[in-house]
Design a protein. Structure first.
Length: 434
């Protein structure tokens, strides 16, 4: 639509504009409109002046954000949540709707939503209200430029003043609702915090008492553990001494076993010598037995020869008979000696076997003694390590007892502090409820 600057006598045909106020008469908004005396006639003047405003929307938006640029804090808020170019588009649409000639729930909801957004992003209320003054100055400029008749100028100024006042009321209501919600939230949080503090202080006091009791019990248990550690250390010393004694006895037994081994070896050598002598005696017995047999044979031959000699050989026959008897006795003696030597050889054989068994047993015993000695050495090493660990444990438990004592004292202080906190919390809760 082509617009030109009006002449001095040209009037704005506001009564021809189609406008609408669609608000329930029972609502708060209807009462606001009534108090502002915002009528359909005002909306008609706004609607009639809309083409002139539309022509300068870019200039108005530029001027608006040029003034905002003087405050770096506002620019920072804008850049954190949006951009100036996007906000210019929203502003132009917002201004255009102000002159649209229609007020209803949709119009109000948009204004309330915009106000809530500005409140939530932290835009100061004085800055928001100052923005309306910037718009008002711009509107007055264009009213001066495009309205010639004083009545039209007055009517448009009044209508703009009313619509801006309505916008400001909506903003202030949004701010007030937000602040009231914040106050209620703070009050609820304060009540909750007070309850939590009271409950927490009571719980903390109970926990402190339980912890103090547990610390005292732990202290008693630590002392008992220290006694056990001392006893274990003493037992370790006693066991170590016993292990040393056992090792000494093992060494003594090992020396005795070595002595037994030496004696057995000597006996074995003597048995070997005895066996050799028995063999020699057997040989002598055999030789004597052979001589006796030969003597017996010679005596028999002598008896035969004496018989042949008759009386001359009787004396020789007597001698021969005595020799034969002596040979028989010698043979019988050699047989007896031979039997005794066989029995002796049997006994020496058994003795030799017994000595071998004794040597094996002694050797096995020596090996067992050596293993036992090694076990005692291992026991000694373990006992030394256990003794060192027991000593360290005693020292650590001593330090632990000192720490537990300090913790117990600290928990007593905490218990006292929590009791004081509980009293303060109850007083705080009472003051909040009051």
């Amino acid at each position: 639509m082509f617009l030109k600057k009006v002449s001095q006598q040209e009037r704005i045909e506001a009564e021809l504009q189609l406008v609408k106020i669609d608000v329930n008469s029972e609502t708060k908004l209807y009462r606001q409109l009534s108090m502002l005396h915002l009528t359909t006639s005002d909306l008609q003047y706004l609607k009639a002046f809309q083409p002139y405003i539309e022509r300068h929307l870019n200039e108005i938006a530029d001027l608006f954000y040029e003034n905002l640029g003087m405050d770096p804090e506002l620019i920072k808020i804008i850049n954190e949540h949006s951009s100036i170019e996007r906000l210019k588009i929203s502003l132009k649409r917002h201004i255009f709707e102000m002159f649209n000639g229609e007020i209803g729930e949709n119009y109000i909801q948009k204004r309330e939503r915009i106000a809530r957004v500005h409140v939530q992003i932290g835009l100061p209320i004085q800055s928001y209200l100052a923005a309306f003054q910037t718009l008002n100055i711009a509107f007055m400029k264009y009213i001066q430029q495009y309205t010639a008749h004083p009545e039209d100028r007055h009517s448009i100024l009044t209508a703009i003043s009313k619509i801006l006042n309505l916008e400001q009321q909506l903003v202030l209501e949004a701010f007030e609702a937000y602040l009231e919600a914040g106050r209620q939230q703070i009050a609820e949080q304060r009540d909750k915090i007070g309850q939590v503090i009271v409950q927490s202080s009571e719980n903390l006091a109970a926990v402190a008492e339980e912890t103090n009791a547990s610390a005292q019990q732990l202290n008693a248990q630590a002392e008992q553990l220290a006694n056990y550690a001392y006893q274990a250390n003493e037992r370790s010393v006693e066991t170590e001494q016993r292990a040393r004694d056992g090792q000494s006895q093992i060494q003594s037994q090992a020396e005795n076993m070595a002595s037994i081994t030496h004696c057995v070896e000597e006996i074995s050598q003597d048995v070997e010598c005895l066996t050799a002598m028995s063999q020699q005696m057997e040989e002598v017995v055999v030789m004597v037995k052979n001589i006796a047999n030969q003597t017996n044979l010679l005596a028999l031959n002598a008896s035969i020869e004496a018989a042949r000699a008759g009386e001359a050989g009787k004396g020789f026959a007597v001698v021969a008979d005595e020799v034969r008897k002596l040979a028989e006795q010698t043979k019988n003696s050699t047989d007896t000696v031979s039997e005794l030597l066989q029995q002796t050889n049997g006994q020496t054989t058994k003795l030799d076997k017994s000595l071998v068994a004794i040597q094996h047993s002694v050797k096995f015993g020596e090996e067992g003694m050596q293993q036992t000695e090694q076990q005692f050495i291992s026991i000694m090493d373990s006992m030394n390590e256990t003794k060192s660990q027991s000593t360290l444990m005693v020292q650590e438990i001593k330090i632990l007892n000192e720490v537990i004592g300090e913790v117990s004292m600290a928990f007593e202080e905490v218990a006292n502090a929590t009791e004081e906190l509980a009293d303060v919390s109850k007083k705080l809760k009472e003051s909040i409820e009051a």
